[in-house]
Write a protein that binds this ligand. Sequence first.
Ligand code: ATP
Ligand code: MG
Length: 293
Amino acid sequence: MKAGEDMEKIITSKGLIYEYYTHNDKGEIESKHRALDELNLEIQKGQFVVILGHNGSGKSTLAKHMNAILHPTGGTLLIKGMDVKDQKNLWDIRQTAGMVFQNPDNQIIAAIVEEDVAFGPENLGIEPKEIRKRVDESINAVQMAEYMTHSPNLLSGGQKQRIAIAGVLAMKPECIILDEPTAMLDPVGRKEVLETIYRLNKKENITIIHITHYMEEAIKADRVVVMDRGKIVMDDTPRKIFSQVEKLKELGLDVPQVTELAFYMQKQGINISTEILTIEEMVDEIWQLNSRK
Ligand SMILES: Nc1ncnc2c1ncn2[C@@H]1O[C@H](COP(=O)(O)OP(=O)(O)OP(=O)(O)O)[C@@H](O)[C@H]1O
Ligand SMILES: [Mg+2]
């Protein structure tokens, strides 16, 4: 077997096209907008993938295809081999690929945390004993056990997002797609949610597709995919992606602060690598500068 052949693909998109139509009051099509433009993407099981791209580049439209909320106008998107266009796959797809959205308040339905987490499996008709087990495991996995019987209303934004993640986990998905789950959170909440999804990836081997505007959240990813005008324009490790400071800026994106600093130092003629992602790496580089002179 060749290297890579044993890697199971969880998401495969080929020539994926999606067009939004706007209609006038007579119901006629007034205009159309191509949000995904022949997009190709493969994601292997167990990967932690961050998707970046400026506003309107098509990230949410792509995410909604992965959960069969939207259906392609052209091309295909398969989740574990299941075509999202095929209505009969809907429930299998939603169980395989769970989705977490930006606003935690829109995702919590029940008045008690454990009831909220139980909601998904209850809808699947799973027996009560199994539901209890899944609820306990899921709430433990997001480290919210002490809030099991609390009201979600009193939780912080970060805690609410962790409950939303637990609700998805209770469906036993293989993949979780998170569309800017940290956008409405304070720095503490962001850190909690990020640590939670990294832990689920490493410990439970759940494939993570994390859409974000915060470059710092991409540093530890296995892979960073950059979108622009409905296409994938960059796809590499965080280190390779962020060292291309000028290209990212052209695409309307920032880079992590230390990477940008290294870039300007290099421009000033200082012999420093731009493949720097953390403060620790920057400190190491500066220490080594003297010996390189
Ligand atoms: N319901 C809609 N009707 C018409 N056009 C839409 C609709 N939703 C999105 N679009 C357009 O499709 C394009 C892609 O939108 P999308 O929401 O996927 O981008 P995004 O990358 O998620 O942006 P953001 O970073 O702002 O969340 C944009 O140009 C947007 O204006
Ligand atoms: Mg979006």
